[in-house]
Design a protein around this ligand. Structure first.
Ligand SMILES: Nc1ncnc2c1ncn2[C@@H]1O[C@H](COP(=O)(O)OP(=O)(O)OP(=O)(O)O)[C@@H](O)[C@H]1O
Ligand SMILES: [Mg+2]
Length: 255
């Protein structure tokens, strides 16, 4: 037993004859911020989907706290996808509260009375935590890309997941907004004691935010059968116990 929060043991992801990921062995410690990089098509999003439980690996095991992963996305895992993942017909507050409703009333996704009031208060507090206190009644179409990603993060965090999975969450944002989001995610990581797994195309982002960087790529390539071999972890670099950008303030705050 490794004591890791999340453990992948010889995990493969295949679609028919096409091998996307092969022989993935990985232990992720509680509190880690794991950045995942790799070329387009390497299987980064597929990797997140099997951790979320949206898809089953074709071989191997995934353990959470030493137990086999529940088949669907449980409250222990929250996810923010590559593209905006909020519901267009719900306001920011409704989008956020919906996360609680789904967890607590899975068949009807509706809460009433005091449960509804409590969920609404929690939703409002979570929106404030991601910097959307003044935008609770806006619909996604009325929000900028950065605001929509803040909302998607609030929606993922409202269920108080232990693991937050981020699939290129800031890829569509311009540099200034991206820097703000880096500050936000670092803050949330620390405040909520999260374990984060983030896919990014931006190497600098991977190294600045992560405590560990994993590169996915193919080790072998058959030119006559490009789908024969899948990607796996080709580099696994432990960096630090805190992200670079926060190490000074964090140390100051702790003393
Ligand atoms: N449901 C599916 N059926 C068949 N093939 C799939 C399916 N989902 C993904 N793939 C294939 O798996 C490979 C990896 O896709 P994936 O989306 O995981 O890559 P990625 O690393 O996230 O790429 P990007 O950086 O462009 O987002 C691709 O070749 C893709 O075509
Ligand atoms: Mg992807």
């Amino acid at each position: 037993m490794t004591g890791a929060l999340l453990s992948l043991q010889n995990v493969w992801v295949e679609y028919g004859d096409k091998v996307v990921l092969e022989k993935m062995n990985l232990d992720v410690a509680e509190g880690a911020f794991l950045s995942i990089v790799g070329p387009s098509g390497a299987g980064k999003s597929s990797f997140l989907r099997v951790i979320v439980g949206q898809e089953q690996p074709t071989r191997g095991k995934i353990l959470l706290d030493g137990q086999p992963l529940a088949p669907e996305c449980g409250p222990d895992r929250g996810v923010v996808f590559q593209r905006y993942s909020v519901f267009p017909h719900l306001s920011a507050l409704q989008n956020t509260v919906f996360g609680i409703e789904c967890a607590e009333a899975p068949l009807m996704a509706r809460l009433f009375g005091s449960a509804k009031r409590k969920a609404t208060e929690e939703g409002a507090a979570m929106l404030a935590a991601v910097g959307l206190a003044d935008s609770m009644h806006l619909y996604p179409a009325q929000m900028s890309g950065g605001m929509q990603q803040r909302l998607a993060i609030a929606q993922a965090l409202i269920k108080r997941p232990r693991i937050l999975l981020l699939d290129e969450p800031f890829g569509a944002l311009d540099p200034g907004i991206r820097a703000d989001m880096h500050g936000l995610i670092t803050q949330l990581w620390r405040d909520y004691g999260l374990t984060i797994i983030m896919v990014t195309h931006d190497i600098k982002e991977a190294f600045t935010l992560g405590t560990r960087v994993l590169a996915l790529d193919k080790r072998r390539h058959d030119p006559h059968a490009p789908h024969r071999y899948g990607a796996t972890a080709v580099y696994d670099l432990p960096l630090r116990s805190r992200p670079l950008s926060e190490s000074a303030p964090a140390a100051a705050a702790e003393s």
